[in-house]
Design a protein around this ligand. Sequence first.
Ligand SMILES: *Cc1c(COP(=O)(O)O)cnc(C)c1O
Length: 432
Amino acid sequence: MTDLTEQYARLGIGPQTYAFGEEILRSLHDRFQAIDETAEYGQLKVIHAMQQCRVSEACLLGTTGYGYNDIGRDTLEKVYAAVFHTEDALVRPQITCGTHALALALMSNLRPGDELLSPVGKPYDTLEEVIGIRPSKGSLKEYGVSYRQVDLLEDGGFDFEGIRSSINDRTRLVTIQRSKGYQTRPTLSVERIGELIRFVKKIKPDVICMVDNCYGEFVERIEPTDVGADMVVGSLIKNPGGGLAPIGGYIAGKKECVENAAYRLTSPGLGKEVGASLGLLPSFYQGLFMAPTVTASALKGAVFAARAYEKIGFPVFPDGTQDRYDIIQAVTFGSPEGVIAFCQGIQSAASVDSFVTPEPWDMPGYDSKVIMAAGAFVSGSSIELSADGPIKPPYSVYFQGGLTFPHAKLGILKTLQNLLDRGIISPDFHRV
Ligand SMILES: *Cc1c(COP(=O)(O)O)cnc(C)c1O
């Protein structure tokens, strides 16, 4: 009983679904090879950084209490700075999530009277309350930091004229979100981010350019800090934690930006000197070590899903041939049944909570019911195989993650099997 099809059969994948998946995979050989080469590049980059910073066995031990002289924490921050080619970095379990890391970077580097500019349209949902676009206690707005936004053009391009006229003597920080998140605009390549930063710096050289790097780390060979960003910010339960970090966020960039953030995270005067790492350092180091190949697995899953669903006839974004700059894949089903079947398929492929059936529910902060599939080792981790979809037109699901490609593949095959069993796709794999 060592046959692959039988192993799939045990997991509920029929022979037709398996065969369809194999046909799709055959067309992806070159694509996967390119992804593997980027992972190889990233892996070497991480190993080189760890060697250069002389990571030792002692670095894996943690501290408690104040955390003074935590050599493992301090060295890890040097490793991050080496990977992102920055002067310094702050990498802490006390940074609770991506939103917290972004809020920290913004609130510590802006002062009352300053203005924040987003030249790439609306930022990620949770930042609306940080900035004060939606009123909230403690927002930047409450502290007298104003906000301006320049939307992308219809074709996804930068509105250079609009950006030029929005930069004024109060503009202190420019925030650029790399990933499209859950919007329909294209994700920005690092090269395009560089183009935007050069434009902004030509108008105002001393403005701080910050990039929300969530979901983008290790997808390309270069990072935004290689093209002029003063600061990159992200979450350790996404790409750079490699699925192993159970919590945390990072800020890498100019010494002064990082110092401001450290003074805000702990306290003026204390900064980076305090903050015990507890027992988390092995997962942070090993997670970073795994991150390039884990990101590659997630990317392969996204490309596989795109190619399969576009062949069946559903709109997918990005499509199966487009270059990728983040790990998120959208598929539009045009019906609630499609969204539900997809998310339930992803859930049923999990190692944790596979027996749970997700249902649409009224989640706080959303204007429609939402269905979420997540059977993760780390709660809420979206570098692990996960999917979610708002139950409203155009009925799209957003799919991401997969710590290994075989797991991502199983997840997608389970979604296909579900859609097939429920008559949403025909036995010859076409949209009904
Ligand atoms: C996930 C994400 C965030 C917020 O991170 P959380 O960990 O969910 O708080 C911010 N920006 C982008 C682009 C993201 O993908």
